[in-house]
Design a protein around this ligand. Structure first.
Ligand code: SF4
Length: 604
């Protein structure tokens, strides 16, 4: 905090000093172009900074030069940053052909060597401040546009932005509340950096004689000093004041840039007022009355164009129960659940059977109904805890946003409700005031679970929530979750690649392979040696042996089949030691009720 204040104070002091000199200074010194004494007089009581080769007062030249140099520098910095922000953000937001054309234009400018281009353009245009500003703006905006575009492309994929879109926040609110605060650091630094670049480039061009030599700027001061061979004759006072001014402004802008970065980005320091307060949004669609919160998915298909990635997915979840979905990466477990919740973006299409949440059918529901259901009747805890939390909002503000977005006010108050949930998940109420980056991975994941439960959703879908956690923290979090589940009776769909975890914590387990369920059974049955499908048996054999168990972990041979292009017949047959001719041509159906298996060799 102290370092931040020091930098801000020093940077601001320097900048304000020079702004003061630029505004008032020219009124206090004489004409910078009048010959007032002998040429090249050293500093004296009469002429503090001495005189130059034309007998002009160097102090007057330095002070008057400050005004024109800073004016062009700050003007160019502001315009370049604005153009870059608008062009870059528009390109990233609209995407498609517009993005391709703008990106081509940006790339064209960027591949041209910057300084030679500036020199050539400046040499062919009539000299003057307007020309100088135009040249620097023309050549300065593409870099900023590219940086902003890249940043917006990244931010728009963050879970908190997707969640804001999902609950129907208007685009302007997403830009103002979610995107801009996260871009503030970038834009502020870009503005200061662009101003510094513009000052340097302007001084450089004028030093080369490409500016208006009749005007008085820091660049022309150096040009005339060089013209008078000041270095050769030892007239250091003709260039040192201007040189020091340039260096000081550079230091001031750089320090301010860093201070702004720290203030806008809580990862670099703590700033009390950096984050915007969320505001309540308009009235929402009423939450459908879901009398029986049981969650039932029947014969669900998910496709990307012609390619089906999930087929015939069918599971059920009772109140207070835990359903685990397991399978290797790409087996379709997350896609199936996100598809069932209608959370997959285009071009994914969801069809087939039905997704019932109590009496509500999700597949046929309009988006307005889904927005009311998401969060209040079924909540998603995503995999990446850090990308799911907005880095410029404190944890408490995430709760406030959640309640505000749904137009809900808990009877005990948002803060009290949030703190109770945080405590139930083993976190201190002080976490309410914390920034996301100050928490460990386990703490952030607990916060996400607490946010998922904030609106009393009867179904919680957890998409690989413990992948980034170590085993001890993972087990601890799941125990706390199960404890809460007993108390609040919500159902959990737990998506993971860790079968051992499901055998310990789930009531029922669905095993997925290449976009299909191949076995679904009570966890106790699988744990007790009742697994029937060769793939499930392979997963169990791949688990590390328990202490005292006399066996070695054995991996399943071969590579997982692609859900979008599975082999004919049973998708597992290239890896199955029991495969026969029928397996290679005929796909087995999932057969059975409480314990269902999709294998030709397993009798119902
Ligand atoms: Fe193996 Fe055939 Fe059963 Fe598929 S259907 S798991 S290939 S035995």
């Amino acid at each position: 905090m102290r370092r931040l204040d020091t930098r801000t104070t020093v940077g601001l002091s320097i900048l304000l000093f020079f702004l003061g000199v630029a505004l008032v200074g020219p009124l206090l010194v004489g004409s910078p172009t009048a010959s007032v004494a002998q040429p090249l007089l050293p500093p004296s009581a009469e002429h503090w900074f001495g005189t130059n080769g034309q007998g002009q007062d160097v102090l007057a030249q330095t002070v008057v030069g400050t005004r024109s140099t800073l004016l062009i520098g700050l003007l160019v910095g502001t315009v370049v940053t604005l153009i870059g922000a608008v062009v870059g953000a528009t390109s990233a937001f609209i995407g498609g052909a517009v993005d391709a054309i703008i990106s081509l234009l940006i790339n064209l400018f960027l591949v041209m060597p910057g300084l030679p281009l500036v020199v050539v353009i400046a040499a062919y245009l009539p000299p003057g401040p307007a020309t100088m500003a135009a040249v620097l703006i023309l050549t300065g905006w593409p870099w900023h546009a590219r940086v902003v575009r890249a940043q917006v492309l990244t931010l728009r994929q963050r879970d908190y932005i997707l969640a804001a879109r999902g609950i129907g926040e208007p685009w302007w609110r997403i830009v103002a509340v979610e995107l801009l605060p996260n871009l503030a650091s970038l834009l502020g630094s870009a503005l200061l950096g662009a101003s510094l670049y513009a000052i340097g480039a302007q001084v450089g061009l004028e030093f080369l004689g490409l500016g208006d030599l009749a005007s008085t700027t820091w660049g022309t001061n150096l040009y005339w000093a060089n013209n008078d061979s000041a270095l050769l004759v030892g007239a250091w006072w003709t260039f040192l004041p201007t040189g020091l001014c340039i260096a000081l402004v550079g230091v001031g802008l750089s320090m301010l840039g860093f201070a702004l970065d720290v203030r806008s980005n809580p990862r670099l320091g703590v700033a009390a007022d950096a984050a915007p307060r969320p505001t309540a949004v308009g009235a929402r669609t009423a939450v459908p009355d879901v009398a029986n919160p049981a969650f039932h998915i029947q014969q669900l298909n998910v496709a990307y164009g012609e390619q089906r990635v999930v087929q015939g997915f069918e599971v059920a979840l009772g109140p207070g129960k835990t359903l685990g979905l397991v399978g290797e990466s790409g087996s379709g477990k997350s896609t199936a659940m996100l598809g069932a919740l209608r959370l997959l973006p285009a071009p994914a299409t969801v069809g087939g059977g039905a997704v019932r949440l109590g009496s509500l059918e999700l597949l046929g529901s309009p988006t307005s109904t889904l927005r009311a259901v998401w969060g209040q009747k079924v909540a998603l805890v995503p995999q990446g805890a850090l990308s799911a939390l907005n880095p410029v909002l404190r944890i408490g503000e995430h709760f406030e946003e959640t309640f505000a977005a749904h137009g809900v006010q808990p009877p005990e108050g948002v803060e009290a409700r949030g703190k109770v949930l945080l405590q139930k998940l083993g976190l201190s109420p002080a976490v309410w005031e914390a920034w996301p980056h100050t928490l460990s991975g386990g703490m952030r994941q607990r916060v996400l679970v607490a946010l998922g439960l904030a609106l009393d959703a009867p179904v919680l879908v957890m998409d690989e929530p413990t992948t980034a956690l170590d085993v001890v923290v993972e087990r601890q979090l799941l125990r706390e979750l199960l404890h809460l589940q007993k108390e609040l009776s919500f159902g959990v769909v737990f998506i993971t690649h860790d079968l051992a975890l499901l055998l310990e914590f789930a009531d029922e387990v669905g095993v997925m392979y290449a976009g299909r369920l191949v076995e679904r059974a009570p966890a106790a049955v699988l744990a007790g040696g009742g697994a029937r499908h060769p793939y499930t048996l392979g997963l169990l054999a791949a688990l590390p042996p328990e202490p005292g168990e006399d066996r070695k972990a054995k991996s399943i041979p071969g590579s997982p089949a692609q859900a979008s292009a599975p082999p004919p017949g049973c998708a597992f047959h290239p890896r199955c030691s029991l495969a026969n001719e029928r397996c290679r041509r005929e796909r087995p159906a999932l057969v059975g009720e409480r314990h269902a298996v999709a294998c030709h060799l397993v009798q119902p």
